[in-house]
Write a protein that binds this ligand. Sequence first.
Ligand SMILES: C[S@@+](CC[C@H](N)C(=O)[O-])C[C@H]1O[C@@H](n2cnc3c(N)ncnc32)[C@H](O)[C@@H]1O
Length: 280
Amino acid sequence: MYDVISRTLDSLHVLLNEKYGDSLTGLISQALEYLAGQYSGMYDGGAPPEYSHDVIRYCYVYKYASCNAFSTHHLLASAERRLFEHREIRIACLGGGPGSDAIGALDYLKAQENIRKVEIDIWDLNEDWMATADTLIGNALHRSAPIEKEFRYMLFDARDPATWGGIDFGCYDLIISSYFLSEVGKRRLPQDIVRFWNKLLGEMKTGGLLGLIDNNNHSPEQIWSIVESHPRQYNVFSKATGILVYPEDEWSKMKRRYQDRFAHSPRRRLKVAGFLIEAH
Ligand SMILES: C[S@@+](CC[C@H](N)C(=O)[O-])C[C@H]1O[C@@H](n2cnc3c(N)ncnc32)[C@H](O)[C@@H]1O
């Protein structure tokens, strides 16, 4: 994952440097502070960050995408058996924005020589992430056997049923929700969000997987209770809460290389809750 993220950071840096010149260092430090402040405020009901500024998106890739990609990989690898037996896989990343979860899944798939084609649909509220996702995904999944990759970026707002009523969740082999819930769910999930999850669970194809990972706050447990009360049956491949640590070698390589640019480390320890289920 280090190579994918660092290639992306380097190409984004060239563009930002041309645009902001000497003021880039100050903007980076403001952006990192802004992101950390918004994320910690979300626990107390505050608003999630705005991702419309390109320096904020750049800092997100450094500080958060690296670790989040690892957590998606970890979630898939936590299943005790190989997950995909067919040659073509279609993946949806809900609130997939920058593509962190997509590259985590692609990293997991790298070892599966049976796979010949991967289609990735990122569903997100914010179209500003599209170029970042395109670059990250473009840089991912290098392996010796040829593989076809298709990537689409689609807009929806989980709080607005008019934007998701037409989504067909039944076409996906894997649906990922990575650090998405915490931005849309408050202590009590709004009814529209409950309807969203019920639709998704009802439509999942037989054998389709849902992987959800987020901060260990109220949100994952709320979705788990929707899963448990849903008439559909599932195999539970994993369900866990705990501390996830971004592997030392990747983390320190990233930190060493970018310390001068960010004066900050990428996120290392995550308090997570998540599950991976397969629909019957
Ligand atoms: C913390 S980021 C997580 C991005 C990525 N999944 C990851 O793991 O790094 C949350 C994402 O959810 C998106 N988002 C926030 N509210 C949303 C909503 N109501 N509907 C759809 N996407 C939303 C944001 O635009 C952002 O890309």
